[in-house]
Write a protein that binds this ligand. Structure first.
Ligand code: COA
Length: 176
């Protein structure tokens, strides 16, 4: 049994160790990590699955701001679950909770790099046919999800590292 909560002070080291176990120590060489260098994850959208019994961190999900042209979007990930606890619904619980929280916070666009076979169940679809590009990533692994109707309409091109802060504009959050 577990709860989903936002990260708390002191969780950081345990999350790093969990990510190393889930992805292997070379994980930071992944291209998608360049979007995370010198950019903090969004604190109100950084979640852990925490064991009710002893508070152990069983899973982690973070979101990072990125830019697509003048528009803001969220980069979802990493998502990881303690390897010995895979297949118990922890990943799905983090995904549903995280996407719901992002929608409540009025984010409308989410992208990620991952397996469509896993992420389709949460509403993700291939992003390349929508005209979205993430240099260095295999196009079929770039996925997108709209949290508001037609959120990606007229939003295409290269996904870029977030240049600054997000401001609220017509049609949702935009890169400042
Ligand atoms: C991917 C991950 C987060 C899923 O977490 P989880 O708690 O095991 O997932 P859930 O219990 O919610 O769902 C399990 C289901 O997803 C499926 N699944 C898991 N990873 C999958 C993948 N990469 N592609 C397709 N299906 C996948 C399982 O086969 C299982 O299917 P079933 O419900 O038909 O039995 C977890 O396996 C993990 O941490 N993997 C290592 C890190 C990783 O690859 N993260 C994702 C980056 S793309």
């Amino acid at each position: 049994m577990f709860d989903i909560t936002t990260e708390r002070p002191g969780d950081g080291t345990r999350i790093e160790l969990l990510l190393n176990r889930a992805f292997g120590p070379g994980r930071k060489t992944k291209k998608s990590y360049r979007y995370r260098q010198s950019v903090d994850p969004l604190a109100d959208l950084s979640f852990v699955a925490r064991a009710k019994a002893d508070g152990a961190i069983l899973g982690t999900l973070r979101f990072w701001p990125v830019a697509i042209g003048a528009h803001g979007a969220l980069l979802l990930g990493p998502l990881a679950v303690e390897p010995k606890l895979k297949g118990q619904g922890i990943g799905a619980a983090l995904m549903f909770h995280g996407l719901d929280a992002a929608a409540w916070a009025r984010h409308s666009r989410v992208v990620l790099v991952g397996d469509l076979d896993y992420y389709a169940r949460f509403g993700f679809a291939p992003a390349a046919p929508m005209g979205l590009v993430m240099p260095g990533e295999q196009p079929h692994r770039l996925l997108a999800c709209e949290l508001a109707k037609d959120a990606f309409q007229g939003v295409s091109g290269e996904i870029r590292r977030h240049p600054g802060r997000l401001v609220r504009g017509r049609g949702g959050l935009m890169a400042a």
